[in-house]
Ligand binder design. Structure first.
Ligand code: F0G
Length: 483
């Protein structure tokens, strides 16, 4: 990776190794309009209209900027139902990146999870993983399986500084296998860039160790590579053993050890779509018939050919450190700005986005008033910034109807790759700092409409009391005419 030092060392900022040539105009509604919009949206940032959002930090999924080469490639897509050249080019790129022979295309990450769960999970099965992801868990439980989370305990402590907080607790993995028996464990799932604990990576060493334990016990190892790109950057920059390896060598080493890899290309490869790769044809054959059933014919799997071409180029570009470093460096900058100000952040900075520890931001708010959801609504009011609640609202209730409170109440501020400028990141930090100084004005939320499955996507909540109007009044007082 090139090193570019600033002459004025204390003015050093992350420096993009690209320039922007296609842009989209943004709009920032007034604070009064923002109060009205978030209330209309049931205080759920998923239900805001994008036209009312200034900084869309909801997710990094499907909203990353593409390169000129990706756009160019997508113009040459071969649009045929079966046997398209686009598919062949994508398979070639996947072989180069993962050194895998077989590929099953699927329309996005959760589609791969559906196929994995349909093919391998039976009632009573246990699926160990470092940490669950919402859609992963929903598919496994739908098939009667159970998720066991085995992330190291430091991974759940937002203040604990450790480079690989997404690591598996290997002794606990071994103990679990001994306890439930390998025959009840269809696979162990490794989630790169562990999403729900703040985009925290696993080390290469830890991934290889998990794969070894699986091999010794005859259990299939599965890598969810959706967030692998940031994880690769962290391995390269934080792990001694990987210091002299290229990103591609690191990827090959990991892929060689693992039985099956699936990914959402809405994240990995700056594109859309997803898929499953493996060198084990027996495993592929167990899943293959579900592709035409759920997704589409085997050479497109529900994907647009243009997205597949962009994916092929994007995956190859992911092997370039100067392409994948922008996300983690911008996130690190945002986390540092906020941490220096005293805002409680998940540290160290991970991939995907900056994560505010909502329980520490709003320490007096009762858990049943959803601090992370309340903070998400408040930040939209403060700055037209749309983050995502990653706390209890994102969990499913227990079977008896009681709340299943999340271990971490986080507000995620995703940084879609190569999308924001540094001035926008600074604006975001500024509005969060203002909100932190006015946190005593933030009140809680209660359910108005609560769906049973994945309630965070479409559920509606209402503010308890009139705190949102008071927050807007304080904004006017402090910012005058400013939007
Ligand atoms: N696995 C991980 C680790 C993810 O972060 C996601 C999606 C998926 C699987 C599912 O992939 O969306 O293509 O179906 N994460 C998005 C997010 C939705 O906003 O964090 P998908």
């Amino acid at each position: 990776m090139s090193v570019i030092n600033f002459y004025q060392k204390d003015h050093q900022v992350p420096l993009e190794m690209h320039k922007v040539r296609v842009v989209q105009k943004l709009f920032l509604p007034s604070v009064e309009e923002r109060v009205a919009k978030i209330r209309e949206a049931g205080n759920n940032t998923f239900l805001l209209q994008n036209k009312d959002v200034f900084m869309d930090m909801l997710t990094d999924s499907g909203v990353n900027a593409m390169s000129d080469n990706q756009v160019a490639a997508s113009m040459q897509a071969d649009d045929s139902y079966a046997g398209s050249e686009t598919y062949n080019r994508l398979v070639k790129a996947l072989k180069e990146v993962f050194k895998t022979e077989y590929f099953l295309p699927a329309h996005q990450g959760r589609a791969c999870e559906n196929i994995l769960a349909e093919s391998f999970v039976k009632p009573g099965d246990v699926i160990p993983m470092n940490f669950h992801f919402t859609t992963t868990k929903a598919h496994i439980t739908r098939m009667g399986g159970r998720v066991e989370e085995l992330v190291i305990k430091e991974g759940l402590d937002p203040d604990y500084i450790y480079p690989f907080k997404g690591n598996f607790d290997i002794p606990r993995l071994k103990a679990l296998i001994a306890e439930v028996g390998a025959e009840h464990i269809p696979f162990v799932r490794i989630e790169a860039g562990t999403n729900l604990i703040g985009g925290q990576p696993l080390s290469m060493e830890n991934m290889l160790e998990v794969a070894k334990v699986c091999r010794e016990n005859g259990i299939m190892s599965v890598l969810d590579a959706s967030l692998l790109q940031d994880n690769l950057y962290f391995i390269k920059t934080r792990e001694e053993a990987a210091k002299n390896m290229t990103i591609k060598e690191i990827t090959h080493k990991i892929a060689d050890a693992i039985d099956l890899i699936y990914f959402s290309s809405r994240k990995l490869g700056f594109s859309r779509g997803g898929g499953i790769v493996s060198n084990n044809n027996d495993l592929i054959l167990k899943m293959k018939e579900f592709i035409p059933l759920f997704e589409g014919f085997l050479t497109y799997g529900g994907m647009e050919v243009r997205a597949m071409e962009a994916m092929a180029v994007g995956l190859l570009e992911t092997m370039d450190e100067e392409i994948i470093n922008q996300g983690p460096q911008f996130i690190e900058y945002l986390v540092k700005e906020l941490d220096d100000y005293g805002v409680p952040m998940v540290k160290p900075a991970g991939g995907l986005g900056a994560h505010i520890n909502a329980s520490a931001f709003l320490p007096d708010m009762p858990h049943d008033q959803y601090p992370a959801g309340a903070l998400a609504a408040a930040l939209y009011i403060a700055g037209g910034i749309r983050g995502m609640e990653r706390g209890s609202i994102s969990e499913q209730r227990n079977e008896d109807g009681t709340e299943n409170y999340a271990e971490l109440e986080l507000l995620r501020l995703a940084c879609p790759r190569r999308v924001f400028t540094l001035s926008q990141i600074k604006y975001c930090a500024d509005r969060v700092k203002w909100l932190y100084d006015n946190r005593h004005l933030i009140g809680g939320l209660k359910w108005k409409e609560e769906p049973q499955v994945l309630r965070f996507f479409s559920g509606k909540l209402e503010a308890i009391g009139d705190w949102q109007y008071k927050l807007a009044d304080k904004f006017r007082e402090d910012f005058g005419e400013s939007l």
